[in-house]
Write a protein that binds this ligand. Structure first.
Ligand SMILES: O=C1O[C@H](COP(=O)(O)O)[C@@H](O)[C@H](O)[C@H]1O
Length: 286
């Protein structure tokens, strides 16, 4: 099929429509990156800047603080380890909710640190609770490199996640790495359009679904990315943000005085629910 390729896995098409596109993605970077250029837009409205509004839930081994406002739920965990547990529970719960009702569950991954944060999902009890056969996996952004290249988001996900779970290979949609960035973006868009058929509001979207860039400031320079109409057609979006290095971006995004400079994450708005997963370091400035 159009978005298939020949390297680490074999790929084939699915025959039915994809009712919704849940997305698992980390925070879009503050600095423009190729994969996120299309996402750079207005700032983000205030979210949970007042810690007093937080509703604390403490378990024996995990401290999780959850808040809610117009922009979504914010979960702050004591450590990255606890973020990983919280993310596994969240993902398994949504997967079970969807697969109990539908024949497929579509998950869109990013690259980066997200894959490490998904590690608990491939451990008990989560791994055994999930109907992996109904999963369909896409990438919200991908570097235009061979799929066995160290920079490939596909390879990152395969090594750290996909190789450990029984998702049918034909339901894992990697980019065609034999094409140019432009060709790969068009090809991925065509692939998506074949899968999102009648019944989903996205079928009426006539802007680009997947775009590309060739001069990313962060190497590798060539990337493709979903555009906002596709991202925002997700039912659920998880923003997973860990480490002190991300604290200034989180402050600029969700702090008391959100940066007026345009942050792409401000354009992210899923159909049903947005959930932010932070460790204490990432949330230290909000
Ligand atoms: O280059 C990329 O980086 C971003 C951010 O990664 P992180 O390590 O800071 O979480 C990632 O979301 C994207 O998929 C990847 O291509």
């Amino acid at each position: 099929m159009a978005c298939s390729s020949r390297s680490l896995l074999s790929f084939s098409s699915v025959r039915r429509s994809q009712p919704s596109i849940p997305l698992i993605s980390p925070l879009v970077a503050q600095k423009p990156r190729s994969c996120t250029l299309a996402l750079r837009s207005k700032g983000v409205s205030l979210i949970c800047s007042n810690p007093k509004k937080f509703r604390a839930r403490t378990r024996s081994s995990m401290a999780e603080v959850t808040a809610d406002n117009g922009k979504g739920k914010v979960k702050v965990f004591d450590s990255e380890e606890e973020v990983a547990v919280g993310l596994a529970k969240y993902t398994a719960d949504i997967s079970n909710k969807i697969t109990n009702e539908k024949s497929s569950f579509t998950v869109v991954l990013s690259g980066g640190s997200l894959i490490h944060s998904l590690r608990k999902l491939v451990e008990a009890p989560y791994i055994d609770s999930i109907e992996w056969g109904k999963w369909h996996v896409f990438w919200v952004d991908e570097r235009v490199v061979p799929k066995d290249h160290v920079d490939s988001n596909y390879k990152l996900a395969y090594d750290g996640f996909l190789s450990k779970v029984p998702i049918p290979p034909g339901q894992v949609y990697a980019i065609n790495d034999a094409l140019s960035a432009e060709g790969a973006a068009d090809d991925y868009e065509t692939c998506l359009k074949h899968l999102v058929t009648n019944g989903h509001p996205l079928v009426k979207e006539n802007k680009k679904w997947v775009t590309f860039i060739k001069d990313s400031p962060k190497p590798p320079p060539e990337r493709i990315t979903f555009t906002f109409p596709v991202i925002n057609s997700s039912a659920y979006i998880a923003m997973v943000v860990v480490g002190a290095g991300k604290a200034p971006v989180i402050e600029a995004t969700l702090g008391k005085s959100p940066n007026s400079e345009v942050l792409p994450v401000g354009m992210v708005s899923p159909e049903d629910e947005m959930t932010w997963f932070f460790d204490k370091q990432a949330a230290s400035k909000i």
